[in-house]
Design a protein around this ligand. Structure first.
Ligand SMILES: *[C@@H]1O[C@H](CO)[C@@H](O)[C@H](O)[C@H]1NC(C)=O
Ligand SMILES: *[C@@H]1O[C@H](CO)[C@@H](O)[C@H](O)[C@H]1NC(C)=O
Length: 500
């Protein structure tokens, strides 16, 4: 009796479980199943670890509605719903009602309007919303205000021209907001109200801003990365970044800045990376980087109009590791160009400038330098004495596209190559630098200069190379050395080898 009772209960439980199974299939951890292809055609469905992945392309609202209807009946977790290249000018109310969607993409689908109730039912589960490449002319504030779990909102490539006050109110959990390539000309002072608790990344790049929208940004206490590249900002000034006290990375590249004035970044004491390339900067105030002393490691100033290395402004940046000054108009490097801040630099890019001469002490303070790019300059000489201070740490050097004269003083280059090969390091040397041999009017690869004919003293016998073209005195000394080493070679031979 007793055991058959247990058996009966077990059977009832089994039957119950079996019956309940479809209903609980929407719970995490349960395997999900796709509807039959014909039921959601032309959409496609795949089972992913965390739920279904549904893709509907090149179709219209009636087909999408039908597919959503099918899915509603099965109540699965839809981890990704991707609607791309469709004709969906308007997203109607309740279209996703009773669906559990975690990541929703409506991309390149002519979307111009989202009804207030279209997304509100997704508030409990939606963490990512991507409505990029559409026709939205405003932030769809009413439609998104109930998305209380949203982490990422992507509004890239739309036609938004203004961000009105409280445009994102309700999105208290939002961490990433990106509005790249819209038509934004103005941002009202309270535009980001409500994003001040969690927002970490804000992308306003590719818009039409002419000034930093200081008032609206100033409440973004938690922001780590701010991108306002590719706008039309002409001027930045002290106070523009006030309030962004946790900012780690600021991208102001490709604007129309002509100068970096004093103290402009002084509120950004945690800033690690500053990108200013692609402006028209010709003046950097000596106090331009005040406030950044303790944390700035990456500074990009390439593609500007600098005529000198702004050493005075850079000097306090004693943590600087990466300095990019490519494509400027730098003609001269002064002896003390890197004094005081060069110690920490591991990466230095000076390519595409007009540098003609490297003074002997130019690189003396670059005690950590690993990568040096000085290709595309006007250098005829890169003497070994200039390179000596950085030889031990250097791993990559690019001297291509300079009008180099072949000479013994360039012997450091083949030696370094050999050295790096021995150290098993990868020399990212795609092209090989050339030099012109005086009198011969002919070019050689620097690593295969005809050293025998050039009367160079090889470094392997403990001498640095000397320039045989720099005068007869040198030539005499060279010959003297050759004779002397020849003598020592014979002496070595005599003492180490048996003579018949
Ligand atoms: C956008 O979608 C249309 C179809 O509606 C398609 O013809 C076009 O190639 C798509 N554009 C991109 C950039 O994918
Ligand atoms: C570079 O500077 C020189 C003067 O120092 C100036 O004549 C030239 O126009 C500048 N070139 C660029 C591209 O700014």
């Amino acid at each position: 009796m007793f055991s058959s009772n247990i058996l009966g209960v077990a059977i009832v439980l089994l039957v119950l479980m079996f019956k309940l199974l479809p209903a609980v299939s929407g719970q995490p951890g349960q395997p999900q199943t796709c509807p039959a292809a014909s039921e959601i055609n032309p959409c496609a469905c795949q089972v992913k670890k965390n739920g279904l992945d549904i893709l509907c392309e090149a179709t219209d609202i009636s087909h999408i509605n039908k597919a959503m209807g099918t899915l509603k009946g099965k109540s699965p977790i839809i981890f990704y719903l991707k609607l791309r290249h469709n004709n969906l000018p308007k997203l109607q109310g309740f279209v996703f009602l009773a669906l559990d969607i975690r990541h929703l993409t409506i991309h390149n689908s002519s979307l111009a309007a989202i009804e207030e109730t279209a997304l509100s039912s997704l508030g409990k589960g939606l963490t990512q919303l991507d409505v990029s490449q559409n026709q939205l002319s405003n932030v769809p504030s009413n439609a998104v205000k109930n998305l209380h779990h949203l982490l990422i909102l992507n509004l890239n490539h739309n036609k938004i021209s203004q961000i009105h006050n409280r445009a994102f109110e309700g999105l208290d959990t939002l961490e990433i907001l990106t509005m790249y390539e819209n038509k934004i000309t103005s941002i009202e002072p309270e535009a980001f109200r409500g994003l001040d608790k969690k927002l970490k990344r804000l992308n306003l790049g590719g818009n039409e801003l002419t000034t930093v929208p200081q008032k609206s940004l100033s409440i973004l206490d938690t922001l780590k990365k701010l991108e306002i590249q590719e706008n039309k900002i002409k001027k930045i000034k002290d106070g523009d970044f006030e309030g962004l006290r946790n900012l780690d990375s600021l991208i102001l590249a490709h604007n129309q800045l002509t100068e970096v004035p004093a103290n402009v970044f002084r509120h950004l004491t945690l800033l690690n990376s500053l990108e200013l390339e692609g402006n028209s900067i010709s003046y950097v105030d000596k106090d331009a980087f005040a406030g950044l002393e303790e944390n700035l490691q990456y500074l990009r100033l390439g593609d500007n109009n600098l005529h000198i290395i702004a050493s005075e402004a850079l000097r306090p940046l004693h943590r600087l590791r990466h300095l990019d000054l490519r494509s400027n108009n730098i003609t001269v490097i002064s002896e003390d160009a890197f004094v005081g801040f060069g110690d920490s630099i591991t990466f230095l890019n000076l390519q595409k400038n007009d540098i003609k001469v490297l003074p002997a002490m130019a690189f003396e303070n670059l005690n950590s330098l690993e990568t040096l790019s000085i290709q595309n300059n006007k250098l005829t000489r890169i003497p070994e004495e200039v390179m000596e201070p950085i030889m031990d740490t250097l791993r990559v050097v690019d001297i291509n596209d300079n009008p180099l004269i072949c000479s013994c003083e360039l012997i450091w280059f083949p030696n370094l190559l050999q050295d790096l090969k021995n150290r098993d390091d990868e020399m990212t040397q795609k092209k090989r630098p050339m030099c012109t041999m005086p009198n011969e009017n002919r070019e050689y690869y620097v690593q295969s200069m005809p050293l025998e004919r050039m009367n160079c003293i090889r470094k392997s016998i403990g001498q640095t190379g000397m320039n045989p073209f720099s005068g007869s005195a040198n030539l005499l000394i060279n010959v003297a050395f050759i004779v002397a080493t020849g003598f020592f070679d014979v002496a070595w031979y005599l003492t180490h080898c048996t003579i018949f």
